[in-house]
Design a binder for this molecule. Structure first.
Ligand SMILES: [Zn+2]
Length: 135
């Protein structure tokens, strides 16, 4: 699936990403990467929601890579249970192998077809928490 936010079927970024975040004290590059990842996380949230809506909850989810690159078009696949476990932690993201950004995040698990990364403490983790839409 192409991941151009402009003409996406997924609509605009959710409100927590667009407003109310204390950008001034956040490193600009970490912020941009964090916002991109948060946006792809939100797309995946909608993909999961649609799968449930259409009764596909028991099948693997075809998700998009949650790396910080807006030009990334890689897809990743995981079970709903794995996705739910990942999403419980605001600082965890799933990326296609090799798509981690080593200075802002660490690989904490390598799985079949994707890696789980954790945002570093400080600005990267803070952006991930402030854009987290599950509470
Ligand atoms: Zn990627």
């Amino acid at each position: 699936m192409p991941r151009s936010p402009k003409n996406s079927i997924h609509g605009p970024a959710p409100d927590p990403i667009r407003k109310g975040i204390r950008w001034a004290v956040v490193d600009e590059r970490a912020r941009k990467l964090g916002v991109n990842e948060a946006m792809f996380r939100e797309v995946n949230e909608r993909i999961e929601g649609l799968a449930e809506t259409f009764g596909l909850g028991g099948q693997p989810l075809d998700l998009i890579c949650e790396c910080g690159s807006t030009s990334c078009t890689q897809q990743i696949r995981m079970t709903t249970a794995d996705y739910e476990a990942l999403r419980k932690e605001p600082t965890l993201f799933a990326v296609y192998p090799g798509h981690e950004i080593p200075d802002v995040e660490d690989i904490i698990d390598r799985r079949d077809g994707y890696d789980v990364i954790q945002k570093r403490d400080g600005d990267p983790a803070r952006v991930a928490r402030e854009t987290y839409t599950r509470h």
